[in-house]
Ligand binder design. Structure first.
Ligand code: TMP
Length: 221
């Protein structure tokens, strides 16, 4: 038996949270040793950083891309050290909502150079890579509409729920970066069309997860 590291990635509104929940519930029903977490925000420090990162516009100050980048890596370093590496060493299944590929896609789309990402990645990850990354792929035009509808349902102001053309363009670049990662590392990244019905997406994910767990020695039948 060995630890298995799985990450789920995708643009906002691609159904990540739903599929995280479905996969983690399935693994729990099978009584498998599971750790579920997310980035940013998987540790106490991470929750502070997440609050800072997600409320960054509240202060009105524009952050430079490098400041933001370092906060995401601070979150990741703490997460790896205190949660991910120990859980893998205890031969658990570690399921994380967003990881390194999000930084590559989002901060890359914000203009951070590939070489800077490589250097920080080497410092923080020290060669650790997920065994499997599920990439839920969807056109941001559609996924952001879903976020808008969700935000309206949550009672947010109309003006806060609309994505303008510049944001849409940013998310298109994020998606393209995710797709390029998947193309470059087809063995690690499972590209799953996320427009399909929820059950179909769940089944497609399980088709990739099940053999991985079997190979690692987990009983899933
Ligand atoms: P979430 O709401 O899906 O948890 O995502 C949090 C936001 O943080 C989302 O807009 C993506 C962004 N993000 C980055 O820009 N870089 C990163 O490295 C990570 C993990 C998230």
């Amino acid at each position: 038996m060995q630890g298995v590291f799985i990450t789920i990635e995708g643009v906002e509104g691609s159904g990540k949270s739903t599929q995280m929940l479905r996969l983690s519930e399935r693994l729990r029903r099978l009584h498998l040793p599971l750790v579920v977490s997310k980035e940013p925000g998987g540790t106490a420090l991470g929750r502070e950083l997440r609050r800072l990162l997600l409320e960054r516009h509240a202060s009105g100050e524009t952050w430079c891309a490098e400041s933001e980048l370092l906060l995401f890596y601070a979150d990741r370093a703490q997460h790896l050290e205190t949660l991910i590496r120990p859980a893998l060493a205890q031969e658990k299944i570690v399921l994380i909502d967003r990881f390194e590929d999000s930084t590559r896609a989002y901060q890359g789309a914000s203009g951070v150079a590939e070489a800077s990402l490589d250097r920080l990645s080497e410092l923080v990850l020290r060669g650790l890579r997920p065994h499997l990354t599920v990439l839920l792929d969807m056109d941001p035009e559609l996924s952001l509409q879903r976020v808008e509808v969700r935000n309206l349902a949550l009672g947010h102001e109309f003006s806060e729920t609309r994505f303008d053309e510049a944001e849409l363009d940013f998310h298109r670049r994020v998606r393209n970066r995710f797709l390029a990662i998947a193309q470059g590392q087809p063995n690690r990244v499972a590209l799953i069309p996320a427009r399909d019905p929820v059950e179909q997406v769940e089944a497609a994910i399980w088709l990739r997860v099940a053999p991985l767990l079997r190979n690692a020695g987990f009983r899933i039948d």
